[in-house]
Design a protein around this ligand. Sequence first.
Ligand code: ATR
Length: 277
Amino acid sequence: IDQYAVFGNPISHSKSPIIHSLFAEQLKQRLEYTANLSDVDRFKQDIQHFFTEGGKGTNVTLPFKEMAWKMAEHLSEAAQLAGAANTLWMQDNILHADNTDGVGLVNDLLNNCGATLKGRHLLVLGAGGAVRGVIKPLLDSGCASIVIANRTFAKAKHLADMFSKLAEPGVIVAACEFSEISPTSHVDIVINGTSASIQGEVPPVPEGVVSAHTLCYDMMYSNTQTPFCRWARSQGAERVFDGLGMLVEQAAESFSIWRGVKPDTAPVIELLRQSLS
Ligand code: ATR
């Protein structure tokens, strides 16, 4: 039976095994998917061991995405630009890596949240690894502009400089401080890619930026409403989503890379949502 796994630390709460089991059941694929605790000192060895034992593919989650990226012998374009990898597999004895987080976010926005990205103005909060992984796929979806706001401005500026070079002519990628986000600027979609929720915090977006028509998306999810989702609703936003759909969509992309077939994500998201509440 084909073996797959996710490596992370912590890992015990990972939903990947259940998600991939549901995909396998749906598509009648025979495979086993396990969650494995690793460690920075051991990660490389753990991955090498998994593949020498005949393992077919792995997901990689925090804090190993950059290590996986460094260790891969072949990187997809998405992984190259993300500077991090979440999907590994062996092909012709070469360790391949991809990053499916960005396409997972875009697919969730388009297919599950009913969002339009083409021609839209996006505000992205945060400039860490999670954000770096999603900017290019967002640009590829045809949005008109992306403003990256971050507590540490230099990090936002660095990402904006890097990705504006890759944007189509006329498409703007800019950086700013949270306090500089103007309530009068037109924002269609706000995506929270900060890890502020972990500390129960919300990035300080000025009042008036979000209103009823603004679609608000938190890349994090939790079994209760995330602080960002709660804040977005308090600002009057009517369409507010957390990152559970993104989690399932990025998994579906990994599954499709490994198995050549694409799962139907909607019933899996639905099931997970029920199990959370
Ligand atoms: P990840 O891999 O989750 O992106 P990261 O690379 O450490 O993790 O980035 C975390 C992001 O969340 C950063 O943009 C960070 O802002 P700084 O670059 O200024 O550190 C942001 N962040 C974390 N806690 C925050 C908070 N309480 N308020 C606002 N932004 C926060």
